[in-house]
Design a protein around this ligand. Structure first.
Ligand code: AHR
Length: 512
């Protein structure tokens, strides 16, 4: 392979990362809440039932904001079921994931858990089976200090101080036929605008996100965003995006190329949002909340998805992430960083057990999946000014399969650069390079000219790779996949040289 060259300049930045770019997601789904973050009786559980072993891993993963309670779940959720004395809370049929919801964990417990983990809570309201009234009542319950029925109810439930939740999602994937109470763009746009109005009247300090398309492959994608924003433009700050990459086709080069479609998706949504602004001669810019993203395919379709008999906390969506998934996942992190000017919030979906970086055994240990590592790198080391880069890399072509329902859809990827990279200028003069080598069999000789960064030295250089791209971590072998030092990284003036192993996720942290 010829040298792959990258040119960057300290003065040329895409934008500063927002703290909320590094978020994740906790849904009442399978064992994400129950037997995930919350398991009273577990040997490590604290007095509130929060698993301390999971909390330790969450702190290492370092998500900054957490979306809750769904997802598809929220579209049938009565928030009132999850507050008040636990013994009086109802058990209900949960229709999104065909489970029984015990409601022993709800909004207040979630906020407590977030505070303990040092994470900002992000709440979604039900605009599926419910509407603006229940949404503004939840804002009042959470955020109003005292002296009204709902704020005093929160105090009576034991939470004297208001929660001060700032970020609110106006429903979830309302374009999806699978969603309880799904809507047309006009129906949703109207109800979202009215809900936003009432919620903001209740608390003028909140920020609101309208639902964008549940995926770029949706037939309504594009028109949905336009119509929804025409209705909600004056009422929201954010529009959401969701993407799950897949390898149904068993085509690793295509999987590793597929994060580039996330770049296209982001740029298309920016264009649509800005077209709505332009039509109004407005200088307001709607920001993007990529509030569900991950790799997900093994447990996504057919009978692997649900368990019969309406169980509580079933083992569903417990995707085992292998080495190649971690590479595609790292590609998503790079796509998000490289759009830090407009993607100001994002949530890895999800956190524990259900399509998650952290796995647990009920009553047993917790461990890190392969995707844990790129996320921890992204969140711990990716904060700062994302720099523009010019990348000169050989390319390959691939054809990515992303079915919608029973419809086969193929997305040609004619020019996938073997190198996908992001460069972040962080506090204290650090320069961090996140570099994905998508070549499955060849090393990639990398040369970066970092203008304006004289006298760099290597603080950390690691690689995540394995000869077996199907290798996973398990409870019995929790450290099969983990980052190891990357040898041979050299710096000469403003020039950085490294050799990236085949099929690898690499992090080079340099200090000036
Ligand atoms: O994250 C799993 C599910 O994927 C969410 O509940 C839904 O919003 C999406 O379709």
């Amino acid at each position: 392979m010829r040298d792959v060259k990258v040119l960057l300049d300290r003065d040329f930045a895409i934008g500063e990362t927002d703290r909320r770019l590094f978020g994740a997601f906790v849904e009442h789904l399978g064992r994400c809440v129950y037997d995930g973050i919350y398991e009273p009786g577990h040997p490590t559980a604290d007095e509130k039932g929060f698993r301390r072993d999971v909390l330790d891993l969450v702190r290492e993963l370092a998500p900054t904001i957490m979306r809750y309670p769904g997802g598809n779940f929220v579209s049938g959720y009565n928030w009132e079921d999850g507050v008040g004395p636990v013994e009086q809370r109802p058990r209900r049929l949960e229709l999104a994931w065909k489970s029984t919801e015990p409601n022993t964990f709800g909004t207040n417990e979630f906020v407590d858990w977030c505070r303990l983990a040092g994470i900002e809570p992000m709440l979604a309201v039900n605009l599926g089976t419910r509407g603006p009234d229940e949404a503004r009542r939840l804002v009042e319950y959470c955020n109003f200090p005292s002296g009204t029925q709902l704020s005093d109810l929160r105090r009576q439930h034991g939470w004297e101080e208001p929660h001060g939740i700032k970020f609110w999602c106006l429903g979830n994937e309302m374009d999806g036929p699978w969603q309880m109470g799904s809507k047309t763009a006009h129906e949703y746009g109207r109800i979202a605008a009215e809900a936003a109005k009432l919620m903001r009247l209740t608390d003028p300090t909140i920020e609101l996100a309208a639902c964008g398309s549940s995926g770029r492959t949706m037939p309504t994608f594009g028109e949905w965003e336009r119509v929804v924003l025409e209705h909600t433009f004056d009422h929201v700050e954010w529009i959401s995006l969701h993407t799950y990459l897949n390898d149904y086709a068993g085509d690793t080069p295509a999987l590793l190329g597929s994060p580039d479609l996330m770049d296209s998706f982001i740029e298309e949504v920016v264009a649509i949002a800005d077209a709505v602004s332009a039509g109004r001669r407005s200088d307001k810019r709607i920001m993007l909340s990529f509030d569900e993203w991950n790799v997900w395919y093994r447990t996504r379709r057919g009978n692997t998805r649900l368990k019969p008999g309406w169980p509580v906390a079933p083992h569903i969506l417990e995707e085992d992430y292998d080495m190649k998934d971690a590479l595609a996942f790292g590609g998503c992190c790079i796509s998000l960083l490289n759009h830090a000017d407009r993607v100001r919030a994002a949530c890895l979906a999800q956190l524990v057990n259900a399509i998650a970086p952290i796995m647990t055994e009920t009553g047993g240990p917790a461990w890190k999946q392969t995707i844990f590592f790129p996320f921890a790198d992204f969140s711990n080391l990716g904060r700062g000014r994302v720099l523009r880069t010019h990348i000169d890399s050989p390319t390959y072509s691939a054809n990515y399969y992303d079915p919608r329902g029973k419809t086969d859809l193929w997305f040609p990827l004619p020019e996938v650069p073997y190198l996908k990279l992001s460069a972040v200028h962080g506090e204290g003069g650090t320069l961090t390079l996140f570099a994905l080598n998508r070549h499955l069999s060849e090393e990639l000789p990398l040369e970066v000219l970092a203008k304006g960064f004289p006298g760099l030295s290597v603080e950390r250089a690691t690689t995540l790779r394995d000869d077996d791209l199907a290798a996973i971590n398990t409870s019995a072998s929790p450290e099969r996949i983990k980052p190891v030092p990357l040898a041979g990284v050299g710096v000469d003036g403003e020039r950085i040289r490294a050799t990236l192993p085949p099929a690898s996720w690499n992090v080079l942290r340099l200090k000036g």
